[in-house]
Design a protein around this ligand. Structure first.
Ligand code: C5J
Length: 220
């Protein structure tokens, strides 16, 4: 089996049976005026990982392996948004309100699009997810089963919220998960560091972590 130099130890995957899941690389979290900035965060650190995520995407595309993107968003009538989620944050705008890039975190609005450099190619799946985890109320598990894939590499934002939640959901479902360390980011550097440590603690209790270079090298 091919392996990736990872922590806490090398990550083995069956050749041709690895998929990439890119979490929520959408304008709402990465550009000024979106949900992330409305909540008072500096979005610049998230924008800085776009070229690294692109390198990972290009590696999977060149290897002919499946790529799945997710977007956190809600249907326009917000029937899939619990009132508790909408009430959180107490920023100047909340989910469903009109912001500079359209209605915040609503499917079909410009802010909900993936950033242009990471747009999905024809044939790649984009999963719209109403929760933080990409398995909740989505067809992701069924899709992966159909693809026959049990090994997943993760990238995206934010490390401690949607990325970590999704990795934990995947881990509980029996997937072997690896997070690309430099292709994920948080508004809070200490949260990112803690999440990487949590994932690989206790012999990889949630999975593995590795630099993008190590992943791309193994794909080649
Ligand atoms: C957040 C996400 N942070 N994609 N969403 O609300 O992590």
């Amino acid at each position: 089996m091919p392996t990736i130099a990872a922590q806490p130890y090398e990550y083995a995957f069956p050749a041709g049976k690895l998929a990439l899941v890119v979490i929520d690389m959408q304008r709402d979290f990465i550009e000024e005026g979106g949900f992330g900035s409305v909540l008072g965060n500096d979005v610049a650190p998230l924008a800085r990982i776009v070229p690294t995520v692109r390198r990972l995407l290009d590696g999977f595309r060149a290897a002919g392996l499946p790529v799945i993107h997710t977007r956190e968003g809600h249907v326009p009538d917000l029937s899939d948004c619990p009132p508790s989620k909408r009430a959180r944050g107490r920023g100047s705008l909340t989910i469903g309100d009109a912001g500079p890039m359209g209605r915040i975190l609503v499917d079909g609005e410009p802010g909900n699009d993936l950033v242009p450099d990471l747009a999905a190619l024809p044939g790649e799946t984009v999963i719209l997810k109403p929760g933080k985890g990409a398995f909740y109320a989505t067809p992701l598990d069924a899709l992966l089963k159909r693809l026959g894939v049990n090994h997943l590499v993760f990238a995206g934002v934010t490390t401690e919220v949607c990325v970590q939640t999704t990795m934990r959901e995947a881990n509980d479902r029996g997937y072997e998960c690896l997070l690309a360390e430099d292709a994920t980011e948080s508004y809070f550097p200490e949260f990112k560091a803690a999440t990487l440590a949590m994932i690989r603690a206790q012999g990889g209790i949630v999975g593995w972590t590795a630099p993008t270079d190590a992943v791309v090298r193994a794909l080649a």
